[in-house]
Design a protein around this ligand. Sequence first.
Ligand code: NDP
Length: 301
Amino acid sequence: MSQPQEQNSRLYQADGKPRSVGVIGYPIAHSLSPSFQNVAFEYHKLPHRYEKWEVAPADLPNFLEQVRNEGFLGLNLTLPHKQAALSYLDILSDEAAGTGAANTLFFHEGQLAGHNTDIAGFMEALKAENYDPLRQRTMVIGAGGAARAVVYALASAGANEIAIVNRTFEKAADLGEEMALRFPTCNIYGAHLDPAAWPFNRNPRTLVVNATSQAITAPDEVFPIKAVALSGRNREQRTIFFDLFYGKTPFLAMAEAAEAQTLDGLTMLVYQGAHSFELWTGLPAPRELMLEAARTALSAK
Ligand code: NDP
């Protein structure tokens, strides 16, 4: 199949070899991204292989130099590189600048650009559940990189209120202050973990997002989200409990036990990857096939 010249030079080097594409992290072995990205390349009959490379923090500058020199098709970044990479890039999208993190690199008119597709991935996952944050009261647990993307996404989408709860309160308060300045029409603030100060029962949320790391195996011991808080008024309001981690996490198991609506992070992961794929190739990502591949890869773990 012949392709337009522009499409060709975007996807292939001058000698006709496919440009490199993949994900870096430290560690990286756990990454599901190759499983669903390669399905997208195969679907479009492209010869590219989406790879995963383990890159230690000290090696990041050298790796990004290689990305420039070899003219990669694109790169995904995961922990711990999303923030650190910013200072090596030429241009940033509003989303990357606004969250201080890039998960997707690509070339724009010869410049190495950073974008954050976690935001679009998160929003698309919510949309698939028919949830619109517009004028809603929401809660985000965690104040790390993923929480930043979620707060940015919810505020951009017109949420009325975002309470940020975190083990280290100061980080929640700092993130709340920073985002409140950026989004003055949204009430964004750090909330305390003290159950007496827990706003959940008094002011029901329609969405509660767990954006803490997978280390948390007993969320109700860390955060006072008891099953009782998930029932009654909140159940009637169809609160969605969204864990950014994949599979049936302890957080979601607890929410399910209270018969709340739940959503895990796999769709967000696939959708952020779909947005990256579209940015790199200019081709539509086959989302259903990618989701299926991700589910298969996850169940094989
Ligand atoms: P960070 O390391 O930046 O932040 C970790 C957060 O978890 C902090 O708020 C930290 O609190 C909290 N935390 C860690 N351990 C504990 C604990 N034992 N008890 C209470 N709180 C704890 O990580 P990220 O924000 O980058 O990632 C968070 C999660 O989101 C990961 O599981 C990641 O896989 C997932 N993720 C999923 C995506 C998807 O597409 N589905 C996309 C991006 C991320 P403190 O400030 O007190 O240290």
